[in-house]
Structure formats: structure tokens, C-alpha cells
Design a protein around this ligand. Sequence first.
Ligand code: AMP
Ligand code: ZN
Length: 472
Amino acid sequence: MKLYNTMTRRVSEFVPNEPGKVAMYTCGPTVYHFAHIGNLRSYICEDVLEKTLRYLGYDVKRVMNITDVGHLSSDADTGEDKMLAGAKREHKTVMEIADFYTKAFFSDMEKLNIKMPDVVEPATNCIPEFIHMIEVLLEKGYAYKAGENIYFDTSKLDNYYVLGNQNEDELMVGVRDDVEEDTNKRNKNDFVLWFTKSKFEDQALKWDSPWGVGYPGWHIECSCISMKHLGEYMDIHCGGVDNIFPHHTNEIAQSEAYLGHKWCNYWYHVHHLNDREGKMSKSKGNILTVSVLEEKGYDPLVYRFFCLQSHYRKPLEFSYEALDNAAAAFTKLLRRTVQIKKDAEKEGGDIDRAVFEEYDARFKEAIGNDTNTSMALTVLYDVLKADTNAATKKALAESFDSVLSLDLFREREEKSAEEDSELVSWIEEQIALRKAAKKEKNFAEADRIRAELLDRGIVLRDTREGTTWERA
Ligand code: AMP
Ligand code: ZN
């Protein structure tokens, strides 16, 4: 398997610490609101990575945290606690909020065929582990107490910016600029390990600690939870690109200071889903959820398919037009796979092993190349038109679907008569517009309309009697 590694800024051969085994960690959601489809892009891509590793024969153990405490509205430890803000907004307790949005997140995962990681651990389960790590950091001289909070001292490290980029302006993507200066910090990048002197008198969740009653900083939870379940060495750590700085940079700083050796070898970062206004984010409020897409009539797996069409290391722009195109292509794909299943049942026949191996090798090559999902989909399309029997095609598509997870053989309900009639009137309207464009000799517009219809799986035929249409 080849992987791009944010640490080395190169694509290289993936070599795990222990042959055949992969220790993998994913930064989980902060459960103060619904996950938006941008967050879910990250989880879909990470799911593909995990399933690819399994497909290639690795024994994967994957751990994910649930952030239910300590994540302030700025990733640089300022602003309000996101969980507390959520509780106030909904007149509920922090734990009720956490419980509700954790369940909502799991339900979105299920709808998008994202496998549940082997271990999912809420931060509030691990307070003793956080306290222990902070004690060791204090003993080793990597942490200090100031203003009754405990801070990590970044000046004690030779290279704080191990995750490559030295350009802080670029790194600050996840950090809001209304950062009030914390005068307790000895160095600009020092970060809070434990808050005792909370800015919030009404901080809901607090625990006893050697430094007084308080709560953990956000970064410490991922270091501790991953070590608790994966040990001192990790192979792959995942997250969205906004996690690179300061979250992952701080995780590395405190983990390696604590362990005294290198901690994680590969860093897998998913680029953002943007809309026309920029990054989709819970704090900006321009969010779309899986439920909104469902209300608008989209199968959630259309969104998964939309994500798989592009590479995780490129920003992806969301628009309904783009999603409609994905929906049309997906419907067409499913029609073909479901037909193949029916043909295979009708015709019977054995799987042609040589053909299976040939295409399976191509699929592994594509998906094993830094999870190139669009190439992997191309291999699937090649299978569908390959010169072989339906049994072999079905076996290949089924096998690929263990990574793609698109439910390729599940027969979907056909669109309701009402939806169909809406579509038909839209098509007829487009045909009329095209006719008018042609009459005005605006052939570019006429071609654009034809292309748009084709994108949605509708083919036009010009006959003497006028233009007719059919599904591609
Ligand atoms: P949060 O719940 O805010 O902690 O974010 C959960 C995950 O979603 C993190 O890995 C983020 O890096 C990722 N994320 C946040 N916004 C986006 C976005 N617009 N596109 C893709 N991933 C995102
Ligand atoms: Zn994390």
C-alpha cells in the first residue's frame, strides 16, 4: 500500500511497525451538534482507508475518541467550551447533549456505511489517564503551572513543527482569529493540558486532580485514548486537514515528550468539503447534514459515492448540481449491478478465476495507491463492461464493495410517481428551451442543455417528429 504522509510530505510504501498489523487512530467528533457532511467526508475517507488495509490483508485495530469535554471554540484553547454552548442552546445538560449527538453521529455512520471503529471511547471515560500523563509531563519538565492551569512548554522541544509546515498563517486554518491572548503562556504555542481556573464559572463537567478541580484540554484526550488501546507505537493517525495545527502538532509534542520516543509514523489528512462560501463548519453555521439530504430525497449513499469520485487530498466543492450528477451516475451504476446480479442468478456458471484475479489486482493497485477511489471506481466500470460472464462480474463487484460500501446489489425503491412526473416535466421544459435556443441559432446553449441532461442520465434523440428522450 502506498500512502501520502503529512509528516514526510511524500507518498511512500506503507510499512507497519508489526508485520501484517495496523494500529490506527481517528479523531472523533465533538458531540455538541450534528455532524455535517464535511465532517462526514473525513469519516468516509478514513473508512475507505481502513477497509483498504483490511482488503489488502492487514489486521487493523482502529480506535476513535468522542470529544465530550474540553474542546473550546478556538482550537487554541480560548473561547467557550463547545459542549457547554450546545447545552445552553438546547436547555439540556452537557451529558444529555453528548448522548444525543453521539447517537446521531452513529446513525449517520450507519446510513453512510461507515464501519464502527473497533474501539470508540468518550473522553469523559479517561480522566485518570489524562491526569497520569500530565503528571509525567510535569515530572519530566515538559509542563508548568501558571494561573492555576497546567500548560505544555513547547520551548522544551527541538522541533515543535514536526508536521512539516513552518508557515503559521497557513497552519492556523482551524484556529479562529478572535484569540484572546493568554498571558499565562510562556511561549506563544504553549497549550493547556488541564484547566483549573476555568473561565467559565458554570463549567458543567469538572473532576478532582492534583492541581485542583478542573477539566482536561482537548489535545490530551487523543494522545491518551490512543495509547490506552494501541500502546506506545501507532501506525496511522487520521483527521481532517484543520486538525494538523494545532491539534495534531500538540498531540505529537505531548505524546513524544511523555514516551521519550517517536510515536506515530503516518499521518493521513482529509481535505475539506467546501461550499461556495468556503469551508463547511459547525461554527460558521453553513452546515448540511445527512438528514437534510434525506429530506431532499437523496439516498445517503449518493453522498458517499460523490465523495468517492474525488481524491481525499483535494478540496471538494459541494453543490446540489454536483450532487445531482453523482445521483444520476449512481442510479445508472446500480441499474447495471442489479441487472448483473439477476443475470448471474439466471445464467448460473462458474467464476472465471483468471479474469477475477486480473481485475482484482487492478482494483488493489488503484485503491492501494493512496486510496485512489476514483481509479477504483473506474476499475469497477471496466468490470461491468468486461468480456466475461455475469457470475464473474458479480463476484468482482461484490468484492470491491467490501471497500467501496455502496450496497451495489441492494435494489432501491423506484422513484415515486410524483417524483417521476416532476422529473418528466423538467426534462420536457429543457427540451423546449433547447428547441428555442436552436431556433435562435444559439447552438452553444442547445449543446449545454443536451450535455446537462446527459449528465443526469437522459439521452435526447432528434427525430423528424421532434425530440424524444430516454434514460441512458
Ligand atoms: P469536529 O467534530 O469539529 O471535531 O470535527 C470532526 C472531524 O471533521 C475532524 O477530523 C475535522 O478535521 C473534520 N472536518 C471539519 N470540517 C470539515 C470539512 N469542512 N470537510 C472535511 N472534514 C472536516
Ligand atoms: Zn484528536
